[in-house]
Design a protein. Structure first.
Length: 191
């Protein structure tokens, strides 16, 4: 799941997190929050931000390539393993104005953050806090107070969307997975 990086979300979009260094020449492993490696490789300029909000100057991308589950990126000025290791854990930002144009009906995941989520019968589930990809699909992290539920971002569940709200038709039991009773689990049995 995406960490809570501090950055200007009017200017930037958080697309990934820097993982470990790769090799000795300064390559970085980057993990895309959308699960799509091309969300990193299509950009020629990247900004890095610490969890505390320290924004580093823009980096030019020298090269990028797909790894197994991550994207391997070489940034201008990061030429050895030590330099790459210092960037581990940073968030990867791109400027919103650098995002490709969308076709009709398409949207970026970051546009869903902050939207109210309701069921088709009007029950308020919470607001979209963040998103991540579990390897199979994108999941929305929806929070209401201290409660959190993951909603798969699939057309059969997300039935409508506007500028303020997502309407969902959750399968039976989805919303109860993280409620107070469901979170307790089953008591162990005596043998």
């Amino acid at each position: 799941m995406a960490d809570d990086f501090v950055y200007d979300n009017n200017r930037f979009v958080l697309i990934a997190k820097v993982g470990r260094a790769h090799g000795i020449k300064g390559e970085l492993k980057m993990h895309s929050f959308s699960g799509q490696q091309q969300s990193i490789t299509r950009h020629r300029k990247l900004f890095l931000v610490s969890i505390e909000g320290q924004l580093l100057p823009v980096f030019d991308v020298v090269r990028s390539r797909h790894g197994n589950k991550e994207t391997l990126v070489q940034l201008q000025g990061v030429n050895d393993r030590n330099g790459a290791e210092r960037l581990s854990g940073f968030g990867v930002l791109v400027e919103k104005r650098a995002l490709p144009e969308l076709k009709d009906g398409e949207f970026y995941l970051h546009e869903l953050e902050g939207l109210l989520v309701k069921t088709e019968d009007g029950k308020i589930v919470g607001t979209v806090h963040s998103f991540f990809n579990n390897g199979m699909q994108d999941l929305l992290v929806v929070r209401k107070g201290v409660h959190e539920v993951m909603i798969p971002l699939v057309p059969s569940i997300i039935t409508a969307r506007d500028a303020h709200c997502l309407i969902i038709s959750p399968p039976s039991g989805l919303l109860e997975l993280n409620d107070d009773e469901g979170a307790k689990g089953v008591a162990p049995h005596d043998i």
